[in-house]
Design a protein around this ligand. Structure first.
Ligand code: AMP
Ligand code: MN
Ligand code: MN
Ligand code: MN
Length: 279
């Protein structure tokens, strides 16, 4: 059941692939009665300073965060870091290395798109103007040029794994992402477990390795999760003694399926990740 949540611990600004500036994201969160907000941009903490200042103006408690892209058994997995020290050199170096890989990957995707008959070089030039270039930026550029009707369709036609423009990337391993978050004093949370296309057994192995690396939480209520998804994530949290996190994974106001501050409540008997955050 979707509900009004006063806590949203997974959001994106235009410092990665969201569309709102951090201050505008915070203003929207305030309108939607959010009282505890984390900014968790992909592989960057560059929006946290602006978001913190805006939260102070709006009386929102701010949690500096990040969502790190990493690999587990050659699959892409995301780890959210909450309450990280945003200037910590280990985390900074981690994000800088990922950014370099992102740039190379977007360039390689442009070459693939050119081979497929699209204006790859021009698309890449546009996308590389972003602070953290992502496939989302490529999808939006394809739309703006009339080469896809919606970003979603751009993913399905060109950018998803198996499609002509797709190139994988050697993201850092899961354990390295968790270690960077832990080094920066943060709580590492396994993001959106329902989106990983692995068997239940493999998912348990993923969670076990994540915990062994220092992970302390798992997302149990996220917009887009059905009741069955939340039940499975909550069962994993209980089995491994992990805390639970909740959020929207908000990217933009006109994507109604990821609304800021609107997703299911934290299930019963799950310890909220917030208690392992410093006051
Ligand atoms: P990247 O990190 O560059 O691979 O881009 C991944 C981002 O693209 C994710 O954070 C999502 O916001 C978005 N994304 C991934 N898959 C899809 C999809 N099938 N449809 C729409 N957006 C997607
Ligand atoms: Mn994204
Ligand atoms: Mn993610
Ligand atoms: Mn996200």
């Amino acid at each position: 059941m979707t509900a009004v949540n006063r806590v949203d611990l997974h959001t994106h600004s235009n410092c990665s692939d969201g569309v709102l500036e951090p201050a505008a994201l915070v203003a929207r969160a305030a309108q939607r009665q959010v009282e505890l907000l984390a900014l968790t941009d992909h592989d960057t903490v560059s929006g946290c300073e602006e978001a913190a200042a805006a939260c102070e103006r709006h009386g929102i408690r701010f949690v500096p965060g990040v969502e790190l892209t990493c690999l587990w058994r050659q699959r892409e997995v995301h780890v959210v870091g909450l309450n990280i020290e945003r200037t910590h050199p280990v985390l900074r170096a981690h994000c800088a290395a990922v950014l370099e890989r992102r740039r190379q990957r977007i360039a390689a995707m442009g070459q693939r798109l050119t081979l497929a008959g699209l204006p790859g070089e021009a698309l890449v030039a546009e996308v590389l103007a972003a602070a953290v270039p992502t496939r989302t930026h490529l999808a939006r550029s394809l739309c703006e040029r009339g080469l896809a009707p919606t970003p979603q369709r751009a993913f399905e036609r060109w950018l998803q794994r198996g499609r002509p423009g797709y190139v994988g990337a050697q993201w850092p391993p899961l354990a390295a992402a968790v270690a960077s978050i832990v080094a920066a004093g943060g709580a590492a949370v396994l993001a959106h477990p329902h989106r990983y296309r692995v068997s239940n057994g493999a998912l348990r192995e993923l969670v076990g390795e994540f915990q062994a690396a220092g992970g302390v939480g798992i997302e149990v209520s996220l917009s887009g999760m059905g009741p069955g998804d939340t039940d499975r994530a909550a069962a994993l949290a209980r089995r491994f003694g992990l805390t639970g996190s909740i959020g929207s994974d908000f990217h933009e106001p006109n994507l109604p399926w990821r609304p800021l501050g609107r997703f299911a409540k934290l299930p019963d008997r799950i310890t909220p990740v917030m208690v392992c955050l410093a006051p």
